[in-house]
Design a protein around this ligand. Sequence first.
Ligand code: GLU
Length: 325
Amino acid sequence: MSKFCILSNKALTLALTLAAGSVWAQAYPNKAVKLVVPFAPGGTTDIVARVIAEPLGRALGQSVVVENRAGGGGLVGAAETVKSAPDGYSLGMATVSTTASNPAINPKTPYNPLTDFTPIINIAATPNIIAVHPSFPAKNYPEFLAELKRNPGKYSYSSSGTGGIGHLQTELFKNLTRTFITHIPYRGAGPALNDTVAGQVQIIFDNLPSALPFIQQGRLVPIVVAAPQRLTVLPNVPTFKEVGLEPVNRMAYYGILGPKGLSKEVVDKISAGTRKALEDPAVRKRIEDTGSLIVANTPEQFVAQIKAEFEVYKGVVESAKLKLD
Ligand code: GLU
């Protein structure tokens, strides 16, 4: 009898746990979902997050609230996502800087990019670009390179932060071209663009979506892009590959991830909600108008992509012998 009671208590506990689990899963999300942008407003991470937040919220039936947590080249905001509860209410934007380049160069990265996140979906791939202030004495790539070669150390470049994609890719560019320009890191591409457009820094390495409006207004001059082929929006600008710098010809990605341990239900809901959002032609157009390609891959594909990108940046750090100052 007592044995029966123990068993049935266990069975009851199991049944209650399962019931609570399924009620919770059905109820998700029952309050607003936070989406952390680990950079300042005005950068590509912020742009993509703000395009997707509203239609994703509509698909989930709860609002998705974007919060900027800039600092440490993206590490501050990414670490906040790593430390948050794996309940699906604290998500973050996945960037190359936070999942690959910074962890590859910075031994003090407070997380492991391959084991501390649950990658959910890659939203878009974006080209990267080197652009200059209109006062810079070069309007195209050959002139730009010649000017840098003539004046080692005379110019500076801005980036979205130490250890970020802009920092590592420009250091790789310097290494391959044997040029020297000084790095000035910002809390995201937004503030980096502000200072470059104001002429305080002459050169910027940025992801295209945030730089493009300034280029279209003539406030920045495009020099060279990282993209599989020349861009329709910038037909006269060569790719890094064309100018003989294939290793720098890598795009950036912008996706959504959570802390490790997110349930499959949560991952599936965010993934399906994001895909639904990306089916809307108006949302697609807002992303594609920035020169980006919509990716919308599976969680498994995004996991593999982050792993591959981390390996690429470890290779970049090794081959160019890069170190943080
Ligand atoms: N440039 C991006 C921003 O400031 C972050 C860097 C990245 O794309 O990895 O939002």
